[in-house]
Design a protein around this ligand. Structure first.
Ligand code: GAL
Length: 686
């Protein structure tokens, strides 16, 4: 079981950069933080050039002074190790520590995260600064924990420095032992790619077209993830050795990084950086129909790493760099709404980014709570309101956990393989989005979980329903686990392109869906990608409870299913194209459960019909009516249960309560028909 943060009360904090401000401001800042019920600050994660201004010469006095003062004001401190921003002297003297583009062009000083994880020199210098920093601060009474680096794999998640090519070779040697095994795993007999010497093996390099060997490309991502974890381990080990009394975390979920493994192996709990305003960059588009509410899906994924976690950076103003990521200002109520969105989904320590907007540098438009002028503003008042509310109810909420009986499942292998493979990658997002959206709109709480080698049957059996839509890579072991889940009562749903690849991403010489064909009781007799002029077939619903809207199409991919087992029921058929009349969606009962196979990617209408057929309803359906634009979810523990209602719309939402309740946040009594104002939040004990 993943590990959680353990807080006595729901706690608020803020990212603070004392190095950006005159020292005279610190005391006033700290006093005002405490008035707003912010009791934790995160410091120092970009401060290497201050801590080690000259190679080998350390100076820890600055943050010592900051922490002494913070402590006087009753603030606790999270310290970030500064390895995301190597000083100029370092990259100038040791250019081998720099990351490089695929073409081998080095990324130079001037941004952040421009280093590679492989360089022995960088590892040595990181270990030294971290050791010295932990030594210097470990006994400070304000310090409660450490953040390793900052957002591993953010900004860039590909690494092509010379040191990376070398480290990749070593990683491959450990994984495959011999070149012969490597050649087999990568299918190098195809197009004469056979390697005869390890020196010939590289991470992907510039080629005549951007289509690398797909098996190499998959291993490249696995390597990047393992390499990031081993880089973080270097630091975690030092912190644990010197400061065993402190917790260790790191922040952010980024590409090519197995955050579950990272957390299991190194951390006390995981932390996430929540910026729902990113949704406005693609809001209302087909890509992101949920807008800022789509962030709940990200937070649900974080919860699968640590059921209760820290949000190390919570958006507290409009985002933007000088030249990109421009965002509008959060409207009145949205900062508070997003704070409770994080809390609903499992946050017990919520740290706002940042106290005051920077007056210099790349992020002069990434707004914090305070403006440059430092006078009270609407964002300060809004955060203070959250602070005031949590001061009253924070101890009730702490430790309660989001409740869900439905899970959307994914796996790193399939995510990474699907980045390159256009025949299954895009289907995944289509299906996850449709399921998450419809479950959200119908108030059926859902988790997002990750299937891993170590996933146990008990972990799966927590859910009544699991949707594992397009797991192209599927081993026989996984199939066995999933079969057990169904036999023991679970309802499992697959989608097109399931089970046709092995662990290397090579295709099986077996009928689709390979290892789960028997479980599903079907095979795929014909198939087509749906794209461009290739039309999606329409569907004819055969289930008993629901109907599909006219002309509902089977999007993304059309697999023509062949029933192989008498126990299979056909729930929908294709109604057009040359395969009209053939099965598109099937259900088979096995043991105490059932398994569904859909030969396409899930879209909203088909998800709705399946939800009806499965008879899934909101946990409060008998006493509360909530419109679709309000998110509803429950956090519970030890007999305490709290229902959160979050209105993401600017418009008021009408609620109908069939029994009286009280809003914990305001103390107001609720009954009958009432309006939840735009962007407002209710928390009700149930
Ligand atoms: C995060 C990062 C912060 C800050 C913020 C706003 O990704 O960790 O340091 O840059 O974004 O851009």
């Amino acid at each position: 079981m993943a590990s959680s943060i353990s807080m006595k009360e729901l706690t608020l904090g803020v990212c603070y950069y004392p190095e950006h401000w005159p020292e005279e401001l610190w005391a006033d800042d700290f006093r005002r933080m405490r008035e707003m019920n912010l009791s934790v600050i995160r410091l120092a994660e970009f401060s290497w050039a201050m801590l080690e201004p000259v190679e080998g010469q350390f100076d820890f006095r600055f943050f010592q002074r900051v922490m002494d003062l913070a402590y006087q004001y009753g603030l606790q401190v999270i310290l970030g190790t500064p390895t995301a921003t190597p000083p100029a002297w370092l990259t100038h003297r040791y250019p081998e520590v720099l990351n490089a583009s695929r073409e081998g062009v080095l990324y130079r000083h001037g941004m952040r995260r421009h280093y590679n994880y492989s360089s022995p020199k960088y590892r040595e210098l990181c270990a030294r600064i971290v050791r010295n920093m932990v030594e210097a601060y470990k006994d400070h009474p304000a310090v409660i924990g450490w953040q390793i680096d900052n957002e591993l794999n953010c900004e860039i998640n590909e690494f092509y420095a010379e040191a990376d090519h070398q480290a990749f070779r070593q990683w491959l040697q450990a994984r495959y032992g011999t070149l012969d095994q490597l050649n087999k795993a990568w299918g190098t007999v195809f197009w004469s790619q056979t390697y005869t010497d390890w020196e010939q093996v590289h991470l992907t390099r510039p080629m005549v077209s951007a289509s690398p060997n797909p098996h190499l490309a998959l291993d490249e991502k696995r390597f990047i993830s393992d390499n990031a974890i081993s880089f973080a381990k270097l630091q975690a080990d030092i912190i644990r050795e010197l400061a065993p009394q402190h917790w260790v975390t790191t922040n952010g979920t980024f590409g090519h990084l197995d955050s579950h493994k990272l957390t299991d192996e190194l951390l006390d709990f995981f932390s996430y950086d929540s910026y729902p305003q990113f949704a406005t960059l693609s809001s209302g588009t087909e890509e992101n129909p949920l807008g800022d509410r789509a962030w709940s899906m990200n937070l649900s994924n974080v919860r699968s790493i640590s059921p209760n976690f820290c949000v190390m950076e919570q958006q507290s103003g409009p985002g933007g760099w000088v030249d990109r990521i421009e965002m509008g200002t959060p409207r009145p109520g949205q900062i508070r709404l997003w704070s409770y969105q994080s809390v609903l989904h499992g946050t017990d320590l919520l740290v706002y980014f940042r106290w005051r907007t920077a007056t210099m540098g790349t992020e002069i438009y990434w707004h914090g709570i305070n403006d440059y002028h430092n006078r009270p503003n609407r964002r300060v008042r809004e955060v203070a309101q959250v602070g005031e509310e949590l001061a009253r109810v924070g101890s009730l909420l702490a430790g309660t956990v989001y409740q869900a009986e439905v899970a959307l499942m994914q796996s790193y292998d399939n995510m990474w393989d699907g980045e390159l493979d256009r025949w299954h990658g895009p289907l995944q997002w289509q299906s996850m989005r449709s399921w998450y959206k419809q479950l959200q709109y119908r108030h059926i709480p859902a988790d997002v979980i990750t299937l891993r080698e170590k996933t146990t049957i008990e972990e799966l059996l927590r859910y009544k329903v699991i949707i594992y839509p397009h797991s192209a890579i599927m081993t026989d072991e996984t199939a066995k686990l999933l079969t057990q889940y169904v036999q023991r009562g679970g309802t499992l749903l697959f989608g097109a392109r399931t089970g046709y690849k092995d662990i290397h991403g090579q295709c099986y010489m077996r009928p689709f869906p390979g290892p789960v064909a028997e479980l599903c009781g079907i095979t795929v007799e014909d198939f087509t990608l749906v794209k461009g002029s290739v039309r999606a077939a329409e569907l004819q619903w055969e289930g008993s409870r629901s109907q599909l809207p006219a002309c509902t199409a089977a999007v993304g991919f059309n697999e023509v299913l062949q029933v192989e087992d008498a126990a299979v029921e056909v729930m929908a058929r294709y109604a057009s194209e040359y395969y009209r009349g053939k099965p598109a969606l099937t259900r088979r009962t096995e043991g105490q459960g059932s398994v569904w196979y859909y030969g396409a990617a899930y879209s909203e209408p088909i998800v709705d019909a399946i939800i009806d057929e499965l008879d899934l309803t909101a946990p409060f359906a008998d006493w509360l009516e909530v419109p679709a634009n309000v998110e509803a979810g429950i956090r519970s523990a030890d007999g305490r249960s709290y229902l959160f209602l979050l209105n993401y719309s600017e418009q008021p939402a009408q609620l109908v309560l069939k029994k009286p309740a009280v809003d914990l946040l305001s103390g107001v009594k609720l009954d009958g028909t009432l309006e939840l104002p735009g962007y407002d939040v209710l928390v009700i004990e149930v």
